[in-house]
Design a protein. Sequence first.
Length: 261
Amino acid sequence: MTDPFFVVDGVTKRFGGLTAVDAISFDVKRDEIVGMIGPNGAGKTTVLRLITKLLKPDSGSIRFKGKDITGLKPWDVVNQGIAGTFQNTRPFRNLPIIANVMVPCLGPRARASGDWVKQVEAKAMDALEFVGISDMALEPASRLSQGDLKRLEIAKAIATDPELLLLDEPFGGMNSSEAGLLAKSIRRLHQGGRFGRLHSEGPAMLIIEHKLKELMAIVDRVIVINFGKILTIGKPDEVVKDPRVIEAYLGGRHDSTAAGR
């Protein structure tokens, strides 16, 4: 039996006496967008940092396309086809915005053929156009608002042509209209959109988000974690009605409609 596309198997991470992630197991299929939700401090961002190798798990394994990637370095994970964004944006503030997008692409996958510098520049410009800030490509990154910095992070990730895209609170700093537009763009990207130069389909995705209305509209399944453990995994309409989720995520407000806000 072959592995699913992406598998986290029994992964645990401790910080001293605190177990931040406790034997978590889940998978993401090639054709899925999976959401991950939970209260602040539940361990969601730690999971993403374990996947991208910014943190090393104490136990368990992570497999991508049947290959164990648990011991890889962060740059090797990108070269395997996994890219991610994080809540805290750290651009090269004095470099042009397009240069910020080009930097993550300057790996072996980009240098595989021909005039790769021009290819990387074209990918970067396409990524900026996709997220809606291509008109500022030559401006320094310091000119961007918090919402636009989030868009820059997404552009940097998708320009690497990932097969698996990890997004940590992509709608943070955006109003409901901006978040709704970005949600539609994320879904379009997953379905093929204007990207997928290396692949005939868009990337699978794992998205952490607190804005549940936008998240639930685009995901196929939802993973709920609390205190570092998986509480439940299910379809969005099932998860928002689960009393355990309402109790954990909304502090006991047993109104299933509230989970969709």
